[in-house]
Design a binder for this molecule. Structure first.
Ligand code: SF4
Length: 187
């Protein structure tokens, strides 16, 4: 398949995802960007749940991030929490209502049915190809990887969970599955 064909298919897929997300969000009075920000906040770790990280992950300006978070907070999907050690840092915690909403948004309508038409071996191969394409594009575009903590070069596995080699702080079994703005793949 040519690069052009790959580009076109991925673009069509991302358009479809965006349309489904818009349709879903409208039922709750939310724009796609608000759903995307809330989705990110349900998947990221404690080093990455700040307005700045939301902006980096979604490629948004400070103003757009601020408006997006304001709406999510007003609608009760999000709560702001001051950092216990550094009072200048604000953490963004999805509420139970926010987490439930995001759970309902997965998977995108039609995705499960479409994948059922493909063998599980091919689906696994597809996952590998998509992951390496994502990683390759992030590398070439000099973007942060925002990948799962357990694949990070600073992750030091312990009997239970891990220790972050960057902060020297313990990470629980749940935390190592979350995405992180400081993530780096092993070189
Ligand atoms: S090990 Fe890496 S991904 Fe995990 S918390 Fe530390 S910097 Fe982030």
């Amino acid at each position: 398949m040519s690069v052009r064909d790959t580009h076109d298919i991925l673009e069509r897929l991302s358009n479809l995802f965006r349309i489904e997300m818009r349709t879903f969000g409208l039922k709750f009075g939310l724009q796609p960007v608000q759903i995307e920000a809330l989705t990110y906040l349900t998947q990221c770790n404690r080093y990455s749940d700040t307005p700045q990280a939301v902006g980096e992950y979604l490629g948004l300006t400070k103003g757009t991030v601020s408006q997006t978070l304001k709406v999510l907070e007003q609608k009760g999907f999000l709560r702001k929490q001051q950092d216990k050690q550094d009072k200048r840092v604000v953490h963004l915690a999805p509420t139970v209502k926010g987490r439930k909403l995001i759970q309902q948004s997965f998977p995108a309508k039609g995705l499960e049915a479409a994948l059922k038409l493909t063998s599980s071996v091919k689906v696994r191969e597809l996952e590998e190809v998509l992951r390496s394409t994502l990683r390759g594009m992030q590398y070439h575009n000099k973007r942060k990887t925002f990948a799962a903590c357990q694949t990070c070069r600073f992750n030091e596995p312990q009997v239970k969970g891990a220790v972050c080699g960057l902060t020297q702080e313990p990470l629980s079994v749940q935390e190592i599955q979350l995405i992180c703005r400081e993530h780096q793949y092993p070189q």
